[in-house]
Design a protein around this ligand. Structure first.
Ligand code: 13P
Length: 256
């Protein structure tokens, strides 16, 4: 049994209005608001963060954002800073999601700036890494993941490292219904753990949660969550309905 508390985070992506967020968070809080064995995080779009925060207040369900800008303030039209998120009681922020890398040209260097800015502001980064189908077929999965992980974590200190969460999300499994096999996922998770050992030493690496993301559903979660180095999930589609999200939290509680 792992000493790491499992973490289930919902990435709502570009879904849900502020009113929708109130409804969904109300259901989530009613079902798992007192859950203490699993860390539960919801990541609504920016426009719903404040309304979600009000519903989550006083519960164990935490609040995250899906992105942020590394600078504290200034002329960055359309962007949001770590301080703004902290002011709304966000505790986590997803960084370097493959959709941001693919559609908005985010590089490892830019993601790294965000990771450092998040940590400086006491926000816990959920750093996403993962290969495309072409990269997997070319046999470069581990190399791609290593470059993204080392690039994203450059300059992170040993003190800061335990608050970092890594999410392994094979791009070919996101929103496709094609979940990685438990062997495929565990192989990459173990590889990431090994890289963390090299970067920060064994004791710290054992504290870092590594989430799996990509078509994770209540039906496939128990087997994934039973793997030694899979410490939770970053959930897209199944996080948009209270029932499936709550079932995933319960699956994580059962797996611990
Ligand atoms: P799906 O669960 O919809 O495949 O999305 C995964 C994801 O990208 C979470 O960040």
């Amino acid at each position: 049994m792992s000493s790491r508390k499992k973490l289930i985070a919902g990435n709502w992506k570009m879904n849900k209005t502020s009113a929708d967020a109130v409804a969904l968070c109300t259901e989530i809080v009613a079902a798992v608001g007192r859950q203490a064995d699993v860390e539960v995080v919801v990541c609504p779009p920016f426009t719903a963060i404040e309304s979600a925060a009000k519903v989550l207040d006083g519960s164990n369900v935490k609040l995250g954002a899906q992105n942020m800008h590394p600078e504290a303030s200034g002329a960055y039209t359309g962007e949001i800073s770590a301080g703004m998120l902290r002011a709304l009681f966000a505790t986590h922020v997803i960084l370097g999601h493959s959709e941001r890398r693919a559609y908005f040209g985010e590089t490892d260097a830019f993601v790294n700036k965000k990771v450092l800015a998040a940590l400086k502001n006491q926000l816990k980064p959920i750093l996403c890494v993962g290969e495309t189908l072409a990269e997997r077929e070319a046999g470069t999965t581990l190399k791609v993941v290593q470059t993204q992980l080392e690039g994203g974590l450059e300059g992170v200190s040993k003190d800061q490292a335990p608050t970092v969460v890594v999410a392994y999300e094979p791009v070919w499994a996101i929103g496709t219904g094609k979940v990685a096999t438990t062997e495929q996922a565990q192989e990459v998770h173990a590889f990431i753990r090994g890289l963390l050992v090299k970067l920060f030493g064994d004791a710290i690496a054992q504290k870092v949660r590594i989430l799996y993301g990509g078509s994770m559903k209540p039906a496939n979660a128990p087997e994934l969550l039973a793997q030694k180095d899979i410490d939770g999930g970053l959930i897209g589609g199944a996080a948009l309905e209270a029932r499936s999200f709550v079932d995933l939290v319960n699956a994580a509680a059962a797996a611990k």
